[in-house]
Design a binder for this molecule. Structure first.
Ligand SMILES: *Cc1c(COP(=O)(O)O)cnc(C)c1O
Length: 507
């Protein structure tokens, strides 16, 4: 299948910008100097100047630069190009309108240290977003400060810690166990550890749900500070016992933290606060419009009960009459968790997303996200092994169990999907399912695209049985085929050096 590649032909393989360099070539022309040249020694002391004459900077023309980067940009897969079925990530297409609103000059030109009287609009925007997130989660205390889901988690478990310290005083130190399901996202135990808790893992039952007997057993052992639970959980199933789970933890004297990264399955339909959850984080960069491909800035608001609100980070935005102001004077606050007020651009997108949808639109988005995932699950259930029987919520989990007999594993299936024009789903997460494929189509994919994806998955299954070598060697349509991923992760080549030769940095 693989085609012989012409190393430096632009449509086959673009050289590095360094390889395009020609000594003396420039992208500009300045008028001849008509004053005396300054003596650099008098302006910048020699020890502060670099001496290598910028030796390694590529010397290229303007058109070289423009075409090089434009060509490279066409190699990217993006949300504008097709669906991105990454489970647990909620990679949906979001309206351009939200981007446009985030670029309004009055917001982008605002300095974070501008005085309150000149920033009333921005403060009102944050205040209104907090009110809406409180309504969506059913939890009235909100801080927009955390810069990511993981930081929202850390903030949330620090609230729990502060609450227990205040409630129990000295005795609080005997309450340091955080219960976390074994399927949890790795950030959960990390956040718990950062806040000074030790982690005990809760088993799941064969339906993929929290094992209630094990939960009660762990509670009976004592010292339970709380529980961190994702709902729908990381195998895409709604924890139907959530009220009982919360009661069990509360009766044991602990608090319930919900990882809200999967809120795309709940917004407008069900509220964690009504289920008995005490504190939750949201990922504005998953559920509320900010695109997060490439690890750009995020926002992980932390929402909590009225009881926990006094511990939220400072400053708090407050409203007196028609005026908004920042209150730094909160004695029980855990303090600041992020410079200034967090990543403001994400907040603008989120509010724009909420306002353009309205309550009904948000509910419809949620219902469509669940419908799309169930559609994919129903279409693939006879082809790919589904480890759990329950109807999935916004993402469905599969495994490679039916394909391994011919030597094909999850990684191979994911790589072969690339040849069909799809970004692979999340693979090998969660760890509780061997060879997991976590597929989240989101609400932004239409029927035709869902069918094309299902069709590709079925083709790959047929190939796995009839021509496994085709799947094992995939991808065949990309410029660079199957990588040695372990070496790429362990020994990444991140810098080009003159003696590396052609395309060395990407090999
Ligand atoms: C994405 C995710 C997180 C972490 O969010 P970040 O913004 O990447 O820090 C936590 N839990 C779950 C279940 C997630 O999917």
């Amino acid at each position: 299948m693989s085609i012989t590649k012409v190393t430096q032909h632009p449509t086959q393989n673009e050289g590095l910008i360094f390889e395009r360099s020609q000594t003396g070539r420039v992208g500009y022309r300045l008028p001849k100097l008509d004053v005396e040249a300054a003596n650099m020694d008098e302006i910048i002391p020699s020890e502060l100047r670099r001496g290598d004459g910028l030796a390694d900077v590529p010397e290229v023309s303007e058109v070289d630069v423009i075409r090089h980067f434009t060509r490279i940009s066409t190699w990217n897969y993006s949300i504008d190009l097709g669906m991105y079925p990454l489970g647990s990530c909620t990679m949906k297409y979001n309206s351009r309108l939200n981007e446009k609103v985030a670029r309004i000059g009055g917001y982008t030109n605002l300095h974070p240290l501008a005085p309150e009287e000149e920033t009333q609009g921005a403060l009102e925007l944050m205040y209104r977003l907090q009110e809406d997130l409180a309504e969506i989660t059913g939890l009235p205390g909100v801080s927009l400060q955390p810069a990511a889901g993981a930081q929202g988690e850390m903030t949330g478990v620090m609230l729990i810690r502060a609450f227990l310290d205040k409630r129990d005083g000295e005795a609080s130190k005997d309450r340091r166990v955080m219960l976390i399901p074994e399927s949890a996202h790795g950030t959960n135990p990390a956040s718990a550890a950062l806040a000074g808790f030790t982690v005990k893992a809760i088993r799941a039952n064969e339906d993929g749900l929290t094992d209630m007997d094990h939960l009660r057993e762990l509670c009976a052992e004592g010292g339970v500070a709380g529980l961190m639970l994702t709902n729908p959980n990381t195998v895409g199933i709604f924890e139907t016992n959530i009220k009982e789970i919360c009661e069990t933890i509360h009766n044991a004297g602990g608090l319930v933290y919900m990882d809200g990264a999967n809120m795309n399955a709940l917004v407008g339909v069900a509220r964690p606060g009504d289920m008995g959850v005490d504190v939750i984080h949201l990922n504005l960069h998953k559920t509320f419009s900010t695109p997060h491909g490439g690890g750009g800035p995020g926002c992980g608001p932390c929402c909590c009960t009225a009881e926990l609100a006094e511990f939220l980070p400072v400053p708090r935005i407050e409203k007196t009459g028609e005026r908004y102001h920042l209150n730094y004077d909160l004695p029980h606050s855990i303090g600041r968790v992020k410079a200034f007020f967090g990543n403001f651009g994400m907040m603008i997108r989120a509010l724009s997303y909420i306002y353009t949808h309205g309550a009904e639109g948000l509910r419809e988005a949620t219902e469509t996200a669940v419908l799309n995932a169930r559609y994919v699950a129903a279409k693939l259930k006879d082809t790919y092994h589904m480890p759990f029987e329950a109807d999935c919520m916004h993402e469905g989990i599969f495994s490679h169990k039916h394909q391994t007999a011919s030597g094909v594993h999850t990684l191979d299936i994911a790589k072969r999907l690339i040849d069909y024009g799809f970004h692979p789903p999340t693979i090998y997460f969660p760890l509780v399912v061997e060879g997991a494929m976590l597929i989240e189509p989101t609400e932004s994919v239409g029927r035709a695209d869902l069918d094309a994806f299902v069709d590709a998955m079925k083709h790959v299954d047929r190939e796995a049985r009839e021509t496994p070598e085709l799947v094992l060697g995939a991808p065949h349509s990309t410029r660079i085929g199957r990588l040695d991923e372990a070496t790429a992760a362990r020994k990444p080549v991140l810098r080009w050096k003159p003696d590396m030769g052609s395309n060395a940095a990407s090999a």
